[in-house]
Design a binder for this molecule. Structure first.
Ligand SMILES: [Ca+2]
Length: 197
């Protein structure tokens, strides 16, 4: 899916997916047991235009290399199809894709992958040995963590391509937990991905 978890509202710190290059990590006192809360953010793949374009420009610069060939993106109300240059910051586009109208776009305008989402679910899982998924509580806001059920999924509902959703997680390490670098608890994001029409 063209959707990712981030540790900050500015969406600069993406939580790594399947690697430990940038995990949502904390250090806990396992002797006495400890809980830590964090707000996480869910957003579409996105960047900004690095220069202005008019309604006929087919090659443009984006700030970060976020898209692949064959992918549709949204700038304002216009969709474009990435024809070439995927994986780089200079892309060639088919303008006015999916029945939208070509327009002028100024430098700094947001560029999103052209997907909307329904039925988004965040699920704590554990991929090694006994499950410690119950160390995780999820809630729509921090106050909700107190009454959240340990290990239970959180339903975030629907998300438009340009919306950022947020939720809170609480990880509780029980007292008497030995020293370790624990990497087996993950948050799985599922949902239905649909093209922006
Ligand atoms: Ca485990």
């Amino acid at each position: 899916m063209a959707i990712h978890l981030f540790k900050d509202a500015e969406l600069t710190q993406q939580v790594s997916e399947g690697t430990m290059t940038s995990p949502d990590s904390d250090t806990y006192n396992g002797t006495d047991g400890e809980s830590k809360d964090r707000e996480l953010f869910l957003a579409n793949e996105q960047t900004t235009l690095a220069s202005a374009i008019n309604d006929t420009t087919t090659t443009l610069q984006i700030v970060d290399a976020r898209f692949t060939d064959g992918e549709a993106i949204v700038i304002g109300s216009e969709q474009m199809l990435v024809v070439s240059g995927g994986g780089t910051t200079q892309l060639t586009f088919e303008r006015g894709y999916a029945g939208t109208t070509s327009g002028n776009h100024s430098s700094g305008t947001k560029v999103y992958s052209a997907y909307n989402y329904t039925g988004l679910l965040i699920q704590p899982i554990d991929n090694a040995g006994p499950s410690e998924a119950t160390w995780v509580k999820l809630a729509a806001n921090q106050a909700g963590l107190d009454s959240a059920v340990a290990g239970e999924s959180l339903n975030l509902g629907d998300k438009a391509h340009n919306a950022t959703l947020s939720f809170w997680r609480r990880v509780t390490v029980p007292a008497g937990t030995p020293v370790q670098n624990k990497t087996d608890i993950k948050l799985r994001v599922t949902g239905t991905e649909s093209p922006v029409i």
